[in-house]
Write a protein that binds this ligand. Structure first.
Ligand SMILES: [Zn+2]
Length: 922
């Protein structure tokens, strides 16, 4: 069968070869017309073209044999990367469209390759998966896939014939490149590996492909990759410059590491908030690979790393066998790198703890995830620890360990097959005997938030059902309309438990990433563990099938006002829709009960009066219809301004809400993650525009155009006195300044506020004042404290023990404060990943969110916290407001939009935008 017609699903619009540079097109054309041996001709073509176009000479030119083993012959009709591009890999950085174009070309010339597009990035770029296996396997690919899944999750799929022998099933290896866009050797290695597999005539490759399905994901982060390629290609000179200070090696803000909204996609495997990860998870669960390879880069001064990594920092739910297999495959990498004389390390620095990383996720799904890290040339050539580190050198190491992974996996074929099967067999067995037999979760009065939570479960193939009947467990009531029941006995039992884990104590308290991620806490849900399997009659509609919980409502010509329940997660989006249409909206500062049906409305309820804007009636109805459908908010109508209890609709406590005009400071020393999280939540989730203004342009912007200035965590010391006075003036005139994390220290140091920072114990950075409480985990006598001294070798670990890398706290909420409108409980969860401790506001009414007391361990709920941090945390402020003239500063110590999935705290953030101006000190 011609592979062109086989399953090629890349859409027309991404015909990348059409966007490939002229020289590549010309090279290809001439190649065909002149019948000159491809590679020989190609070099000449590239040379001529470069000179015709006047491009600078390339930094380094290498032969294909530099990258690939020399003992392979390649099919002539499959184009090598240089045939296709018109230059050799490594001579310059591939652009994303070029990269995709090559894979497209491979799929149309090789019967071993098909490509499918599995997602589009926020920036509209395609993510593709190249499936490479023997033509015979391609002919029965779907059957292979189904049989492979069937053995793990027996579902009795009729598409699988009983005769398919398990032993004959191919191994599935997923090779993922470049989740961090400025780690370019990864994605630039991918075409070489694909070419090798698609074109090699060797028996080794043919035999491998007859028993293996290779899935190559050449670029996991297209938007970041393109940003970096553009930077590196546009800053290299005619003469290669390895000076680390050269602009080529110093990216502008934001770097290419992150995706379109500046998120780290290698943390998004668990929260799955981005199209790249969502598409990838679909493919992951379609294929359930035995091995997943995750290719990265690290600092220029390093060498090469491949896992196993630090043993003591393996997440406890990962089976021991996974590490053993990783280690054995590692011997193949070692041999491959020894052969070319490349240095490497294997048991330090990186770990398998946070399950939302590409190399850890497979370990909790019966596979073996392996992380690779190459020292980065970050550009074409850069001075490294051992002299000049060239781009081709970095690519070659990744090529060689990609091939050694295939070799190693092939050698361990039976063990890997058994590992995957055993994992799922054992998971079911563990689930049967577990003390937790399931969970009930609820988002009271907010099915939209619960739906977003259920979406994450679906991405991880965790079964859940909407509750069918009202139940009360441990004194808490769960209602069918806003509750889910999740049975424990299911194939993904271990990942389900992982999502709900809330460890606070760890064998080793040093983490590469966060130490907690308890998902129901991030969503601020009410939940409970079930000690017995949930009865059948509880299970309602399959949560995977449920669409967004839209609502409808009926309008009548006699309506006097519409009431919008602000407890719905997307209510801020509704509010913005109304304000954008210039519809007048009020927010109730006090509760009230309507006369007609006795319904009670809490503080924060939105009221849209019709009598004062009679000509807008139709538009109001239309907007609220759309809001009910798309935002899932509950809308009620009233025919009277008189209520039976609480305020009437003409009360002074019904405050008019004004349209926010928001300026977000970016660039400079601002954290791109926190700025990106704000941009993402406003733009992508709530449909609210925000002006991104660079830090160094800020002083030239007329602030009085904006109602809000947002300062994400970051360093603002570049702003001088005149900027500070302008901010002060703007604040006094009524502006609302929102400061997060490290921005708080700056506004405090510039006397914009008078909040009091609490003295926390200094981190043991300098060694002068190391902690005494947290270092006692040492069983090694050499590491004990001897009269104020510590072993030199302990410094790094001691330092890590003083860090707070990501922990969850239960905090108290003042639900009468405008910033807390819409919350149904006076307790909620916050995520903390820094060590800034704030006294509550001097004005006793102005600390809407505060940590719990010392008796409750300051509300410590999950994750590692240095014990000595609990004292300064107890009763400290998480959110506080301080008035400045007619304006105010809202201080958020804890990031409310962490990694885009802290649905519980985004409301605090949105409230600061809409209700901040109502939050003046009483
Ligand atoms: Zn990386």
């Amino acid at each position: 069968m011609n592979s062109l017609h086989r399953n090629y699903r890349i859409s027309q619009s991404l015909a990348a070869s059409e966007r490939a540079p002229a020289m590549a097109r010309r090279g290809k054309l001439l190649t065909k017309g002149n019948q000159i041996p491809v590679r020989l001709f190609h070099c000449a073509a590239a040379f001529v073209c470069l000179h015709l176009l006047g491009l600078p000479l390339l930094a380094e030119r290498v032969e294909l044999s530099y990258y690939l083993p020399s003992d392979h012959e390649y099919q002539d009709d499959v184009p090598s990367p240089s045939d296709h591009f018109g230059f050799q890999i490594g001579e310059r950085h591939l652009e994303h469209a070029e990269l995709i174009g090559y894979f497209k070309q491979l799929s149309s010339t090789s019967d071993r390759v098909i490509c499918l597009e599995y997602a589009r990035s926020h920036g509209g770029r395609p993510l593709i998966l190249a499936i490479i296996t023997s033509p015979e396997n391609h002919d029965r690919l779907e059957e292979i896939r189904k049989a492979h899944l069937q053995q793990l999750r027996p579902t009795g799929d009729p598409g699988v014939s009983a005769e398919t022998s398990l032993d004959e099933l191919p191994l599935v290896i997923n090779m993922g490149y470049g989740v961090h866009g400025d780690e370019p050797s990864a994605s630039n290695a991918a075409p070489l590996i694909a070419y090798h597999l698609a074109a090699s005539r060797s028996e080794e490759v043919e035999s491998l492909l007859s028993s293996t399905v290779v899935l190559i994901d050449p670029c996991l982060n297209p938007d970041g990759f393109e940003r970096f390629a553009h930077w590196a290609n546009n800053h290299r000179g005619r003469v290669a410059n390895a000076d680390p200070n050269h602009r080529e090696h110093q990216q502008g803000w934001p770097s290419g590491r992150t995706n379109y909204y500046w998120f780290d996609l290698n943390r998004d495997w668990l929260p799955a908030q981005h199209p790249e990860s969502r598409g990838r998870l679909i493919q992951y669960h379609r294929w359930m690979p035995h091995v997943l390879l995750d290719y990265h880069e690290m600092g220029t001064g390093s060498s090469y790393f491949f896992q196993p990594g630090v043993e003591a920092r393996n997440y406890p739910r990962i089976p021991k066998m996974t590490r053993a297999l990783t280690e054995t495959i590692g011997k193949f990498h070692a041999a491959a790198l020894d052969e070319i004389g490349s240095l490497y390390f294997t048991r330090e620095r990186f770990d398998d703890f946070y399950p939302g990383k590409g190399s850890t996720y497979p370990d909790l799904h019966g596979g073996v995830g392996i992380l690779f890290e190459q020292a980065s040339s970050r550009g074409h050539v850069q001075e490294g620890k051992w002299g000049e580190l060239s781009f081709p050198f970095t690519i070659r190491n990744h090529v060689r360990t990609s091939l050694s992974s295939l070799r190693g996996a092939d050698a361990l074929r039976e063990e890997l097959q058994e590992n995957l099967r055993t994992f799922y067999r054992n998971s079911l067995e563990m689930a049967r005997h577990a003390d937790v037999q399931g969970y009930l979760v609820s988002a009271p009065n907010d099915p939209a938030r619960l739906h977003a939570f259920a979406e994450i479960l679906r991405h991880h193939h965790i079964q859940a059902y909407w509750l069918r009947e009202q139940v009360t467990v441990h004194g808490e009531t769960y209602r069918p309309v806003d509750s889910l029941v999740i049975p424990g006995q299911q194939p993904e039992y271990r990942f389900l438990r992982t999502l709900f884990d809330r460890e606070t104590d760890f064998p080793e308290n040093v983490f590469y990433d966060v130490s907690s991620w308890t998902l129901p806490a991030a969503f601020n849900l009410q939940w409970t563990e079930l000690s017995e399997a949930p009865p059948e009659e509880w299970l309602g509609e399959d949560a995977w099938e449920q669409s967004f919980p839209s609502r409808t409502w009926e309008a009548s010509s006699e309506d006097l006002a519409y009431i919008v329940d602000y407890r719905g997660y997307y209510a801020p989006r509704t509010l913005y829709r109304l304000l954008k249409e210039e519809i007048q909206v009020g927010v109730a500062e006090q509760p009230f009960v309507l006369e007609q049906d006795g319904e009670e409305f809490d503080r924060g309820t939105l009221v849209v009066p019709l009598g004062i804007q009679p000509d807008r009636r139709e538009q109001i109805v239309q907007t609220l219809r759309m809001a009910a459908a798309e935002d899932g908010v509950a809308v009620s109508a009233t025919r009277s301004g008189l209520t039976t209890r609480g305020i009437d609709l003409g009360s002074d406590a019904l405050r008019r809400v004004r349209m926010p005009r928001i300026l977000l400071v970016v660039g400079g020393d601002v954290s791109p993650y926190e700025a990106g999280e704000i941009w993402h939540v406003l733009d992508e989730r709530f449909g609210i525009p925000v002006s991104l203004v660079d830090m160094d342009r800020f002083s030239r912007v007329n602030l009085h155009v904006y109602t809000h200035v947002l300062l994400p965590s970051g360093g603002y010391s570049a702003w001088g006195d005149s900027t500070v006075s302008r901010l002060q003036r703007w604040l006094r005139d009524g502006g609302t300044l929102l400061a997060q994390g490290r921005a708080i220290s700056w506004i405090n140091s510039r006397q914009l506020t008078s909040v009091e920072l609490r003295e926390g114990r200094e981190g043991p950075v300098s060694g002068r004042d190391h902690p005494t409480g947290d270092v006692a985990d040492s069983s090694d006598a050499d590491e004990s404290v001897v009269s104020g001294r510590r072993p030199f070798a302990s410094a790094e670990k001691d330092h890590a023990l003083g860090l707070l890398r990501g922990a969850i706290f239960r905090v108290n909420v003042d639900r009468t404060h405008p910033l807390a409108y819409g919350y149904s409980s006076d307790q909620m969860y916050v995520f903390r990943n820094q060590r800034l401790f704030l006294e509550p506001a001097r004005n006793v009414y102005s600390t809407p969110v505060a940590y719990l007391g010392r008796q409750q361990d300051a509300g410590h709920f999950a994750g590692y916290v240095p014990a000595s941090d609990l004292d300064p945390l107890a009763d400290s402020a998480s959110v506080l407001v301080q008035q400045v003239g007619s304006g105010r500063i809202i201080i958020m110590v804890d990031n409310p939009n962490f990694r885009g999935h802290w649905y519980g705290t985004t409301r605090l953030f949105c409230n600061a935008l809409f209700f901040g101006p109502l939050a003046n000190e009483p």
